[in-house]
Each structure stands twice: as C-alpha cells, then as structure tokens.
Design a protein around this ligand. Structure first.
Ligand SMILES: NC(=O)c1ccc[n+]([C@@H]2O[C@H](COP(=O)([O-])OP(=O)(O)OC[C@H]3O[C@@H](n4cnc5c(N)ncnc54)[C@H](O)[C@@H]3O)[C@@H](O)[C@H]2O)c1
Length: 373
C-alpha cells in the first residue's frame, strides 16, 4: 500500500477479506480498485461484463482481485462462494441498474434487484465471518412526491418504474432482515446506501448521459439529449464510494449505532440541468455539440423530476461530506475519458488509482476525517 493511501480507511480495510457483488460494473470496478489499494483481499462476484469497453477489463482487474462469474439469482452458488471465502465485509452492488432497461426487462430487473438482494442477505445471515454489509440501493427508492426539499432516510419507499420499485422493495426487505436478524444478534452491522446520478470515468452503460456523451464525442457525432432541462444532482463516483467505505468501517466497530439506511448526495450547487452538464463536458473535451431530441421521447417512460436527498444524517453522524465541486467532478471525469481515448491500449488501473489518491488528498485537505491519518 502506498503512503498516500494511509488513512482511517486503510486502518480498517488493510488485510480484510471483502466481497463485492457487481465488481465488473461502473461503481464496483472503482470500489474494487480502491479496496485493493487500501490493502484488502478482494473477491468479486458478477454475472458478466456490463459493456464493451468497461473499466473492469481496461483496468485488468482480474489480475488484482479474485473474480467469480456468478449470478446473484443463483442462491446456492452465491452461498457456496460466500461460505468458501468467509468475507469480513460484503458490498452488494450487483443490479440491473438502468431505469430505461427496466421497462424492457421488468421481470429480470425485479428478480435481480429484489431476489438477488434477498439471496445476499440470506447468505450473509448464515455466514459467521461477516462483520459488516453495505447494500447499495438508489435515491430512486423513495416515493417521489416531487418535493422541493430533500428526502430523508425515514421517508416512505416507492418507485413508479420497475427499477425504482425494485430498489424500494429491496429497502423494505433489508429493513425486515435488519430488525429480524442482524439487530437482534448484534454481530453484523448492516446498512443500505442511497445515492444517485453518479458520473466518472469508465462508464459505458447504455442510456446514461455521460456514457452517451463521451461515445458521441469520441465518434465526432452530435450528442442527442432526451431531457436537456431535467435537473439532476451530479456526483463523482468516488463521492458515494467514500461514503460506502466509511459505513463499512463504522458499522463493523459499532453496529448498533450505524446500522440502518444512509443517503449520499452532492451539495446543492452540483444540481445542474442535463443540458448544462453536457455543455460542461463539451467545454472540458474541447469540441462537440448537442441536439435536443426530446420530441422523440416515449410518453410511457416517466422521467422523474428533481429528486434531492437530505444528507444531514451522514454529515452529522459519520461524518461524511461530498468534497468535489461540479467543475472538479467534470474535470476528473473528462480527464479519465480523454486519457483512455488518447491511449486506448493503456491499463487504466494506475490512472484510476491516481484519481483515488488525488480524491483522498482533496478530501483530507477539506477536513474529511476518514481521509486523514
Ligand atoms: N450509476 C449510478 O448512477 C447509480 C445510481 C444509483 C444507484 N446505483 C446502484 O449502484 C449499483 C452499481 O451500479 P453501477 O452503475 O455500477 O451498475 P453497472 O450496470 O455498471 O454494473 C452492474 C453490475 O451488476 C452485475 N450484475 C447485474 N445483474 C447481475 C446478476 N443477475 N448477477 C450478478 N451480477 C449481476 C453486472 O455484471 C455488473 O457487475 C447498483 O445497485 C445500482 O442500482 C447506481
């Protein structure tokens, strides 16, 4: 582990066995790199690669972590892997994570996101080595009442589209496992983490705005935007991941105090329209243009209004705060893609690790306790 990774996080994760479901995904690949850099022994469990290219492959992660190809819907195999590995910490990120695709494959989305979560909870419940578990859901788990104020962790669950309802349902099931098992025996700290609109390098998933934007920019084509006026609270992928890592460490040490649900969102100044986000990316890229294609929108696909999270709980109790400005977020994101498109045969692992170290340096400088040593 390098000197600049030394922190409260490395104190906890160094030498720990960590299982990550969804390790091949956008967030999972960054989390795997971060944990590997912190000195953890990482095992990943995913059913395949989410896109071509993808950060997991570009960072040659299979040479650094143990990767298992498996489906979270297959309880027996998942349990066998967890029992064999005996993890200290589990991060559950595997999901059908795209709202638009959930309209095309609602049953698969619900099977994966709801029953997949049940399977993880059940396998962990039966595994005595686990000290802490972080289940990643979404800000879309809330019943969206189009409030102008931020949703708090104790607001009602909901979700109009299949993806959002799958995350609301996963939250309700989590709560029942927490109350019925984890809180009762008090040995496993368990949390759900809710964040949304995450951007950063290495995401090529379909129907995500940054992914669509860089693909168009790299191909020299105009970027087609379906909802240029929709306002979203954009945050860099390392921001919620730092929250997940802090939670994983805190709940292991004090499960009673920290178990439950947590929101992770950016400062209000990071809420921008999709059009403004794409314009900022074009400016940082140095060329490109976008066009409004909102007239071709399918009226059956509901675009939620601005959903804002209140992160007061994380600010006060973890403590955790988002540290990057909107401009810094765009700068880091575009820098990542530029590097990749300029040097497409590079191993992106070192570039990701460098951005993580830089992020930790900024977080420590801006007073984040978890990044200090
Ligand atoms: N990216 C965002 O903006 C965002 C926002 C809110 C919540 N989330 C949540 O964060 C988590 C990670 O999202 P992401 O952006 O990295 O998604 P992603 O689509 O990039 O990756 C999904 C991962 O899950 C795995 N997976 C999918 N179905 C599986 C199955 N049946 N069995 C095993 N593995 C399976 C994929 O192989 C991949 O590793 C998800 O739970 C997602 O719902 C993401």
């Amino acid at each position: 582990m390098s000197e600049d990774m030394k922190s409260i996080l490395s104190d906890f994760y160094h030498g720990k066995k960590v299982l990550i479901t969804g390790d091949t995904g956008f967030k999972g690949s960054w989390l795997s790199i971060w944990l590997h850099e912190l000195g953890a022994e990482v095992m990943g469990y995913s059913n395949g690669l989410p896109s071509d290219p993808c950060n997991f492959t570009l960072s040659c992660l299979e040479t650094r972590i143990q990767h298992i190809t498996g489906d979270v819907r297959n309880f027996d195999y998942l349990k066998e892997i967890i029992d064999r590995f005996q993890p200290d910490v589990v991060f559950h990120l595997a999901a059908q994570a795209i709202v638009r695709q959930s309209y095309e494959i609602p049953k698969e989305t619900l099977d994966t996101n709801v029953m997949g979560t049940v399977n993880v909870l059940e396998a962990v419940r039966q595994c005595p080595s686990v000290q802490s578990m972080v289940i990643v859901t979404s800000d879309k788990c809330y019943e969206n009442r189009e409030h102008v104020w931020g949703y708090r962790e104790n607001d009602p669950m909901g979700g109009d589209d299949p993806y959002s309802s799958s995350k609301g349902a996963a939250e309700l099931i989590f709560r029942s496992y927490l109350k019925s098992f984890f809180s009762r025996n008090g040995t496993i700290g368990a949390v759900t983490a809710r964040a949304g609109n995450v951007i950063g390098g290495g995401d090529w998933a379909r129907d995500r705005i940054v992914s669509d934007t860089v693909k168009a920019l790299a191909a020299g084509k105009p970027i087609e935007i379906r909802s240029p006026k929709a306002i979203r609270p954009w945050q860099h992928v390392l921001e919620p991941l730092s929250g997940y890592l802090v939670l994983g460490a805190r709940i292991a040490r004090d499960p009673k105090r920290y178990s439950g649900s947590w929101n992770f969102g950016p400062a209000d100044s990071s809420a921008m329209s999709v059009g403004d986000l794409v314009t900022a990316i074009i400016d940082a890229w140095g060329s490109g243009e976008w066009k409004d294609v909102s007239e071709s929108n399918d009226p059956n696909i509901h675009e939620a209004g601005w959903l804002r999270l209140s992160c007061d709980k994380a600010h006060a109790l973890l403590p955790w705060n988002a540290v990057l400005s909107f401009e810094e977020n765009i700068y880091m994101t575009v820098k990542w893609y530029k590097f990749y498109y300029d040097y497409p045969t590079s191993n992106m692992y070192q570039f990701c690790a460098h951005q993580i170290r830089e992020y930790m340096r900024i977080a420590a400088q801006r007073g984040q306790e978890w990044a200090q040593y």
